[in-house]
Design a protein around this ligand. Structure first.
Ligand code: ADP
Ligand code: ZN
Length: 432
């Protein structure tokens, strides 16, 4: 039932003890190297301060800006001869950052990924199609090595080229796939157009969805259409990539692999821990990385710890579906909004298709929020009355959720711009 029983079956107190041991060791190690060497010396920090897990609060945070300021080698903790891999974060929010891996890091990452995949019930004999970008993006190689380690027949399909993806699925009986949620929605449209019904024509059983925020409603659409159980997968390049937190078969939040990562959730303004169960910014410390350990890295991702124990028996704590990044939030007419809130409303309306974009504009000092929504292909775009009814319904539902009235524009299926990789849900033209 476990891929790695020695870690997955640890009790809470055993996990705490392991974390404390590894944390001390990590602090001791990084104290001798570049960025942390100076930072710790300046702040009189040493491993002797760490006597309980709470003492992690005595350590300084690390930010993306720190990584940029010390680009490219400033965070290395091993000699360059020990590096075997380099990834670069996709740069969704500005300049990219470089992440280095030792042989041990690459091995351990593959172990973590194998653990995730195994947890959801995939086994040797299954065929795994990886539909995310290979290359600098960590999602491709991260899943690839984990799946191979576990013994799945692994197809490194990469992103895009949908016709070939479908052909591969048919020819090799793909039953497990990894796919970015916005691409899963697009592929759904392409399959529909081609008359493919996955439940009838394909063998898909499991999907891993991650790399961008998406709502529970999108998960539901993907599960229904493809006939799969879809598991949420969270990670970021700074922490290897995927494999930081993953859902078990109960789908009640993602278990953080606490033997390898120490997680905190803080108030992004006061930087203090939030009360249990409250949403805040996830802060992660690596407990196992050799080449580039990071201490209290501020992810900017907003989530909360799930209360209680998971029925699967793993004591590794769980985090909730991400609400987005703190910098995804936009303010319009004094209201704070996350794109995911808009998505939740839209995807609950059956006439709404699989793509949308939020556009913010400013004219004469007045802000407007335009929500452009593709209708699904069953809707006759000529039937004005019907369209007006849908538009009214969307506006009404968005107003109830957001407490302001956006301008809703309905557009034809497949007409909105698509992005390779992560979806762009917000276009802010107010500063133009
Ligand atoms: P970039 O920060 O440039 O996008 P990464 O490819 O490392 O580079 O992406 C990591 C980020 O992707 C995370 O910090 C998070 O914002 C987002 N992400 C990853 N997995 C998920 C997920 N399951 N749900 C929501 N967001 C996710
Ligand atoms: Zn569980």
């Amino acid at each position: 039932m476990y891929w790695d029983e020695s870690v997955e079956s640890l009790s809470r107190s055993e996990l705490d003890a392991l974390q404390l041991h590894r944390l001390r060791h990590m602090v001791e190690r990084v104290s001798n190297y570049s960025f942390y060497h100076k930072k710790f010396a300046d702040n009189h920090i040493s491993a002797s301060l760490i006597n309980s897990l709470k003492d992690i609060r005595k350590l300084p945070f690390t930010t993306k800006q720190d990584l940029r300021d010390h680009y490219p080698y400033g965070f290395l903790c091993v000699p360059k001869e020990q590096l075997v891999r380099l990834h670069v974060s996709s740069g969704t929010s500005g300049q990219a950052t470089a992440i280095f891996y030792s042989r041990g890091d690459v091995e351990h990452w593959a172990e973590l990924m194998a653990r995730c995949i195994y947890m959801t019930g995939a086994r040797a004999g299954d065929t795994f199609q990886n539909l995310t970008g290979y290359g600098l993006f960590t999602g491709g190689l991260g899943f690839h090595y984990g799946a191979e380690r576990l013994g799945l027949l692994t197809i490194p399909a990469g992103a895009g080229n949908s016709k070939r993806q479908i052909q591969l699925m048919k020819d090799f009986g793909t039953n497990v796939m990894h796919i970015i949620p916005s691409y899963a929605l697009r592929l759904q449209d392409i399959m529909k157009e081609a008359g493919i019904h996955p439940r009838r024509d394909l063998k898909l059983r499991i999907a891993y969805l991650g790399a961008e925020p998406y709502s529970q409603e999108v998960r539901r659409r993907i599960e229904e259409f493809y006939g799969v159980r879809a598991y949420n997968s969270y990670g970021l390049s700074e922490m290897n990539g995927p494999g930081v937190a993953f859902e078990c078969p109960h789908q009640l939040g993602m278990h953080i692999w606490e033997d390898s990562y120490f997680a905190e959730i803080i108030d992004p303004v006061t930087l203090e821990p939030v009360p249990e169960g409250t949403i805040g910014e996830l802060v992660l410390t690596t407990l196992h990385r050799e080449a580039m350990p990071l201490i209290r890295y501020r992810t900017k991702d907003l989530t909360r710890f799930m209360p209680g124990d998971c029925p699967c028996g793993r004591a590794h704590r769980r985090i909730d579906r991400m609400q987005g990044r703190s910098d995804d939030m936009f303010i319009i007419k004094g209201v704070n909004i996350f794109p995911i809130q808009v998505e939740q409303v839209l995807m609950n309306i059956p006439e709404v298709g699989n793509n949308y974009v939020i556009v913010l504009q400013r004219e004469n000092n007045i802000d407007t929020m335009i929500v452009r929504v593709e209708v699904n292909e069953k809707i006759f775009i000529e039937d004005m009355r019907h369209l007006q009814r849908i538009q009214k319904k969307i506006t009404h539902d968005l107003r109830s959720e957001l407490l302001l009235t956006p301008q809703v524009e309905l557009v034809e299926p497949h007409s909105l711009p698509k992005s390779e990789g992560k979806a762009v849900r917000l276009v802010d033209q107010r500063s133009l």
